[in-house]
Design a protein around this ligand. Structure first.
Ligand code: ADP
Ligand code: MG
Length: 398
């Protein structure tokens, strides 16, 4: 009886909320927060996204449960599923409401105005004070970009790399404003745009405080029970990603490594779907240490410990191998959904024919001990990758 009353009450609350909020969430000016522009992500894509009666049908619409207005209250992450011509997409506001609000407050503060000021004027004023130069804004108002891992190292060439690529997709008069807003709030679209190399989803466009990107597929968390060989193939790709990012023109170091930040597309390709936390290093910067930085990994047992100073100060670092092996592959991985790691429960023949396989996984994942008997972490990762290739070839998966 009590239970029935509870359900009745919950039902009434849902009906009341739906009545107050309405059913369908429209991609309108309010939802896209167009009034924040030019302190927004862009406007070029608005014609493809803004909901109006005339062009409905050709445009991007919210899909699945993201269509319900009530989801706005529950969707703290502000990540929505969308589609265009039945092609699945993802719409992101790039931050929780409170984070976006915090950026507004920081803008006012940087411009020495009180919270709640006109942010469209504040961002204009910061650029005017800095002669319309984005690098000057970044160096004069560091608090605004405190959360941005892309510019943590303060390597000028990184900033221009992101900016020059951004100018290729934003021809609006306020392109500087848009770039700075993205850099401060969440640089994911800047990365997706600068790295169209297959490791990231395609960036489709920006409108107001929303961006649209390719929907990749289910996250790695959902592949915990997939066949071991499929998981081995994802592990192979993760190690290749780690290697590419470690040796690129700009080093990209992953700092938020968990299985729900990686997804698998319909062709079995692994991509990073959360590109907010990536430290970028320009290895041509004067004065960097030329020795390989070995991430000691001490400091926390169930998370990824690292130092910005070390990553930024070295030409090479084994950080990505550590992050991938410790965060996702090892039996001690810190994924709550897959506590035994992506490579759990191998078939017997793998254990018999590759007796060193699992010790390599652990060597790659364990904190460095300066031991002379253990292989360097990057060597362990390379040997692991070779064995994965052999296993996959033997079973016709490569
Ligand atoms: N491009 C994408 N393709 C498929 N799923 C995605 C994509 N982007 C985000 N998601 C889903 O939304 C979740 C949250 O997105 P994410 O960008 O990681 O937000 P947050 O930074 O809040 O963690 C992801 O774990 C994933 O389930
Ligand atoms: Mg995430």
């Amino acid at each position: 009886m009590r239970n029935r009353k509870k359900w009745l009450l919950r039902g009434c609350i849902v009906i009341a909320l739906v009545t107050i909020c309405g059913w369908r969430q429209k991609l309108d000016k309010d939802f896209l927060e167009l009034t924040t522009c030019p302190a927004c992500y862009g406007k070029e894509f608005c014609r493809d996204i803004l909901d109006d009666e005339l062009t409905r049908g050709k445009k991007i619409t919210l899909a699945s449960y993201s269509r319900w207005k009530i989801m706005r209250l529950l969707n703290v992450k502000n990540v929505y599923y969308a589609e265009r011509n039945k092609v699945p997409l993802v719409l992101k506001k790039l931050g929780h409401d409170s984070e976006l609000q915090e950026f507004n407050t920081n803008l006012c503060e940087a411009d020495k105005q009180v919270a709640g000021c006109d942010i469209t004027e504040a961002i204009q004023s910061l650029l005017l004070k800095s002669k319309n130069n984005v690098a000057q804004v970044v160096s004069r108002f560091p608090l605004l970009f405190e959360m941005s891992e892309g510019v943590k190292c303060n390597h000028r060439r990184v900033l221009y790399h992101l900016f020059d690529n951004f100018l290729k997709i934003d021809n609006e008069p306020n392109q500087h404003h848009h770039f700075l807003t993205l850099l401060a709030v969440n640089m994911e679209p800047l990365i997706l745009n600068a790295y169209r190399n297959g490791w990231f989803p395609a960036l489709i466009g920006m409108c107001g405080r929303a961006i649209v990107e390719e929907y990749v597929g289910p996250t790695l968390t959902q592949f915990g029970e997939a066949s071991w060989l499929s998981r081995a193939d994802y592990a192979r790709q993760l190690l290749e990603m780690a290697q590419d990012f470690t040796n690129g023109e700009f080093r990209l170091y992953l700092t938020d490594v968990s299985l729900d930040n990686f997804a698998v597309d319909p062709h079995g390709k692994v991509k990073i779907i959360d590109a907010e936390n990536i430290v970028m290093v320009d290895p041509t910067t004067d004065g960097l240490d030329r020795s390989e930085h070995i991430n000691e990994g001490f400091g926390c047992w169930d998370c990824l410990s690292f130092s910005y100073e070390d990553l930024c100060g070295h030409i090479f670092a084994d950080h990505n191998y550590f992050a991938v092996c410790k965060g996702m592959l090892s039996s001690q991985s810190f994924s709550r959904d897959l506590p035994k790691g992506l490579l759990h429960s191998p078939p017997d023949w793998v254990m018999e024919q590759h007796p060193t396989f699992f010790s390599l996984v652990e060597d790659c994942a364990r904190p460095s001990s300066h031991s002379t008997t253990l292989p360097r972490r990057s060597d362990a990762a390379a040997a692991l990758h070779t064995q994965l290739l052999q296993i996959l070839q033997k079973s016709g998966k490569a």
